[in-house]
Design a binder for this molecule. Structure first.
Ligand code: ATP
Length: 460
């Protein structure tokens, strides 16, 4: 049967992946807290990204910049002036919507492809909404206000007085922290173009319509790479990173049938962008952007050069040529990835006399790499020693309660790739039975070999 959002949300809550935020106080709309299993999953996603984008990549380095920045950064980047969404209210029930999303949903309802709404003016959107008599999703009427632009930046105050001088913003993206450190990093680490700077961190946007579980929230974590290259070589690198991101997803087990690449049309492109492609995932609520890959030309560095008055040009050490590098930006949200991996790996299987829910997560992403299960409580102490030994290297679980069948099901449901059963024979032959989550096949393995066995299976 089909995977639905309800099933994913229920599994996440009951098995300790994701809980509604501040739940005992009635919650705070669209906030989510990651439980013991969820934090492992998102940490593994971040580790997998860092491994391929920084550790194994000869071009790239990492950084971690502050969430709070000088407000001038956001003037230069265009966020103060232009980082806004088109807001529209229903005059009947007072519900608020993003005008572009109303139109997108309308198209989806007609079974049509949606392209290029990003390029529409407010007037064009309003005319379309009126002409098609698009109904309010909450009350079904079609009586709307005009469209206004609503700035998405979160404001807060720094210091002890709440005067306007100390008004600052929570960053709406991590990218600007990279751009303002371009010179520091290039100089201190002797980076030669082409090179990239990668960062993982929290961002905040006062979204008008958050929702779909962890797909769109106001506080979220991003993984961004700013890859600097020579003007003219940008489209080649754009293609390179687009493929790199796609392959990263597929190598981590994401179902390619649920992925598609959507190139932005000319009218949809930001004025500074040479090319933009979204890697989209087929969520139960429709296709949604997972990863945005954009050729941002020299727009950001130029803006910062202008506003800061600091020289941000790069000098080629061989040719002495001076230029402001172009930048390719692959930007992805950690929670969106987690949601996509959960959906892509979720399966309900009918077995001979049973059925099971299983998360077929790549072992690198699985919260627990293995579970140690003594067949009888009498064997718990001996089995626990194996758990302790493995826990030095891997995140592993130990479970000695309930029938072995039930314990297998519990591990299947949270995606544990290997169940290690310790039985009475183990006391004699120093071996355990290792059950594979996906094939359910069992194999007798020497306890001494367990670490090597797992190590090999976790390769990514
Ligand atoms: P949308 O048009 O859907 O609001 P966007 O085009 O503004 O998204 P970007 O600014 O390109 O999004 O952000 C890059 C990535 O960060 C997105 O692909 C997504 O994975 C993630 N992201 C952006 N906004 C959110 C959010 N509110 N909640 C969770 N993840 C987000």
């Amino acid at each position: 049967s089909e995977v639905t959002m309800d099933k994913i949300v229920a599994l996440c809550k009951s098995r300790g992946f994701i809980f509604p935020g501040s739940e005992i106080y009635g919650g705070l709309a669209n906030t989510w807290d990651y439980g013991p299993l969820g934090v492992e999953l998102i940490n593994n996603i971040k580790k997998a990204w860092w491994k391929k984008f920084v550790q194994e990549n000869p071009h790239n380095v990492g950084m971690d910049s502050a969430i709070l920045m000088n407000p001038e950064v956001w003037v230069a980047s265009g966020h103060v002036g232009g980082f806004s969404d088109p807001l529209i209210d229903c005059k009947e029930c007072k519900s608020r919507f993003r005008a572009d999303k109303l139109i997108e949903e309308y198209y989806k309802g007609q079974g049509e492809e949606v392209v290029g709404i990003d390029g529409w003016t407010n007037e064009e959107m309003l005319n379309f909404i009126k002409e098609k008599e698009i109904k309010c999703p909450d009350c079904g009427k079609h009586n709307y206000t005009d469209i206004r632009q609503f700035n998405l930046m979160f404001k807060t105050f720094q210091g002890v007085t709440e005067d306007s001088k100390s008004e600052i913003y929570l960053r709406p993206e991590t990218a600007q922290g990279i751009f303002v450190n371009f010179k520091n990093i290039a100089r201190s680490c002797r980076c030669k173009v082409p090179f990239g700077i990668a960062q993982i961190g929290k961002s905040f946007r006062n979204e008008i319509t958050p929702g779909n579980f962890i797909f769109r929230t106001r506080e979220f974590e991003q993984m961004e790479l700013e890859f600097f290259c020579k003007p003219g070589e940008d489209l080649e690198w754009f293609k390179y990173w687009k493929e790199f991101c796609y392959n990263w997803l597929v190598e981590l087990g994401m179902n390619p049938e649920k992925l598609r690449l959507r190139d932005h049309e000319k009218e949809e492109l930001s004025h500074y962008s040479n090319a933009t492609t979204d890697i989209e995932f087929q969520f139960p609520f429709g296709w949604g952007e997972l990863w945005g890959i954009a050729d941002r030309t020299d727009f950001d560095l130029k803006q910062h050069q202008e506003h800061s008055g600091k020289d941000l040009t790069y000098q080629d050490p061989h040719t002495n040529e001076k230029y402001i590098p172009y930048v390719i930006e692959p930007s992805v949200g950690v929670a969106r990835l987690a949601l996509a991996f959960l959906i892509s790996s979720y399966e309900e299987e009918e077995l001979e006399n049973d059925s099971r829910t299983v998360l077929k997560l790549h072992p690198y992403l699985a919260p627990f790499k293995a579970a140690v299960l003594p067949l009888s409580k009498k064997l718990s102490d001996d089995a626990f020693k194996i758990y302790q030994k493995l826990a030095k290297k891997f995140m592993v679980d130990f479970d000695d309660s309930g029938s072995i069948g039930k314990r297998y099901r519990r591990q299947d449901e949270v995606g544990t790739p290997f169940c290690i059963t310790f039985d009475f024979d183990s006391l004699e032959d120093n071996c355990v039975t290792v059950r594979d989550r996906d094939t359910m096949e069992q194999q007798r393995i020497s306890i001494d070999q367990l670490e090597n066995y797992l190590e090999e299976k976790l390769q990514f």
